[in-house]
Design a binder for this molecule. Structure first.
Ligand SMILES: Nc1ncnc2c1ncn2[C@@H]1O[C@H](COP(=O)(O)OP(=O)(O)OP(=O)(O)O)[C@@H](O)[C@H]1O
Ligand SMILES: [Mg+2]
Length: 499
């Protein structure tokens, strides 16, 4: 037996109706190692982690901790074996506050054997937030917290018990660069203390940066495992998707047409005096740092935030949506960043979720045309490479990334006049990303005006015709995207460019 080995799994298998999520996975993780786990959407990464967390029961297979076989039937078992988790879906109880969430499932410290001892709970929580060097409101229900703060609460929860092995399933998707650096620092400290960290992400740059070894999964199997230094980004991609990716961005097709949207002096508590025009077929990128007001700008155009000043025109007519519903009626659509929360009905079928909202277009003479709905749904699902055998399954049974593709498939069915995308590729694997970019291009070519927000500046540089830069809610400049380099882009984001 290997001294360094902290956790080993042997021939783990798990089937769901119609899909074998794990087809006999064997892996070992060492002490003092950061181990990357990557693979396309639906490859089986989260299933593997949920089995080790005691949330999902494996059909077959063995688990060894420090050489001894163990059985994990519940989250209590996994905690007893000193396994800690940050799950992809966060699993927070939204009406509980941060402290309650962090210590959920443990016995809260009590006063007089009865009342929760909030002072002690607060002290314990602050110990964790100090280690992580983060701050978030402790006493408000987490439903009031921002996406970043909620993600930090989920991370803090993993540190509420002393662990030896930390599983992090997409921990950074909602984080800004600053928090991500903090998380990486914590990961390095864990590693130095001889702990094991398993890091799951679709951000391959992050994986290459933070890990020592990487395991690649495809279709429920391990297809590769090597030291990180032996991989390049290209070799990771090709082992993930089983082929090379020719290019990252599809070529532009179609031409830019008439003006569809005119925004003049748009203002509210988050954005100040923003003016621009958007043309049919144009992709307008919004450049700026996280927190600069990019999302709020989209939401203001979408009628989700009240305006205090300014006007908008859509196709030459007054446009002032009082609600998102009113915006959708004018064929203005927003794909939000937190798709799971804002865009999906998890307990309904894939089929219903995709065709939701497009029912008017899918009717013939006022009657729902089921054959047409079925055909269109399948088509748009295939277009984003949605991995599912059966579209009557609930969306809740899909892997995280595939759930995001459902939202995307739905928007394409709506043939929007204006499509606003907030972080369209987060949580989506590299192969499917290309498909999503192609769809954005196709929609633009068919006359849709697109507004794109992304923290991945390559995405903005690769897709946008023009880029509007904002800083602290104010527009700093608007530039043609012809050969703009990364450095110039970042300078504009920081508002320090002179040209
Ligand atoms: N509760 C469930 N019921 C039915 N099928 C499920 C369930 N959970 C997962 N699956 C299926 O198991 C497969 C593996 O999913 P899993 O969530 O492990 O993928 P993943 O690698 O984590 O993907 P992602 O990168 O998108 O998060 C997928 O085909 C998924 O649809
Ligand atoms: Mg997953």
């Amino acid at each position: 037996m290997h001294e360094k080995q902290s956790l080993r799994i042997e021939q783990l298998k798990k089937s769901y109706p119609g899909v074998q999520a794990l087809k006999g996975v064997s892996l070992e993780f060492n002490t003092g190692e950061v181990h990357g786990l990557i693979g396309e959407n639906g490859a089986g990464k989260s299933t593997l982690i949920k089995i080790l967390a005691g949330i999902v029961k494996a059909d077959e297979g063995k688990i060894f901790i420090k050489g001894e076989e163990v059985s994990i039937r519940s989250s209590k078992d996994s905690a007893a074996h000193r396994l800690s988790f940050i799950h992809q879906e966060l699993n927070l109880v939204t009406y509980f506050n941060a402290m309650e969430n962090i210590f959920l499932g443990h016995s809260y410290p009590r006063k007089y054997g009865l009342l929760v001892d909030w002072d002690q709970l607060k002290a314990k929580t602050e110990e964790i937030t100090r280690t992580l060097q983060v701050q978030f409101p402790l006493r408000r229900p987490v439903s009031y917290l921002s996406a970043v703060d909620r993600a930090m609460v989920a991370i803090a929860r993993a540190f509420a018990v002393a662990g030896d092995v930390y599983f992090m399933d997409e921990p950074a998707t909602a984080l800004t660069d600053i928090e991500k650096e903090k998380l990486f620092k914590v990961i390095r400290t864990l590693k130095e203390a001889g702990k094991t960290v398993i890091y799951v992400s679709h951000n391959l740059d992050d994986v290459l940066q933070i890990t020592d070894r990487i395991t690649v999964m495809r279709d429920g199997m391990v297809v590769g495992c090597s030291k990180t230094s032996e991989f390049t980004k290209d070799s990771l991609i090709s082992s993930m998707i089983g082929k090379d990716l020719e290019s990252a961005f599809p070529e532009k097709s179609g031409t830019i047409g008439e003006q569809v949207l005119k925004v003049s002096h748009l203002s509210n508590s988050h954005v100040h005096d923003i003016s621009f025009e958007l043309r049919a077929g144009e992709i307008l990128g919004i450049g700026g740092l996280v927190g600069s007001g990019r999302t709020e700008l989209l939401e203001s155009i979408f009628g989700a935030r009240a305006l205090s000043g300014g006007t908008m025109e859509l196709d030459g007519r007054d446009y002032r949506p009082s609600s998102p519903g009113a915006a959708i009626d004018r064929a203005v659509v927003l794909v939000p960043e937190e798709r799971r929360k804002q865009g999906l009905v998890l307990s309904r079928s894939i089929y219903e979720n995709i065709s939701l909202m497009s029912l008017r277009d899918l009717s013939t003479a006022g009657f729902l045309d089921h054959a047409k709905i079925k055909k269109m749904t399948l088509q748009s699902g295939r277009a984003v490479r949605l991995k599912s055998e059966d579209y009557t399954n609930h969306v809740g049974t899909l892997s995280g990334g595939n759930q995001q593709k459902v939202v995307f498939a739905r928007t394409t069915l709506q043939r929007p006049r204006i499509l606003m995308l907030d972080e369209p590729s987060k949580g989506v694997d590299v192969g499917a990303r290309f498909e999503i970019y192609s769809i954005i291009r196709e929609l633009a070519a068919s006359g849709t005006g697109v507004i794109l927000v992304s923290s991945d500046f390559n995405e903005v540089l690769g897709l946008a015709d023009r880029i509007l830069f904002i800083k602290e809610g104010q527009m700093t400049c608007i530039k043609e995207n012809t050969n703009m380099q990364q450095e110039a882009y970042l300078n504009h984001c920081y508002g320090r460019a002179t040209t």
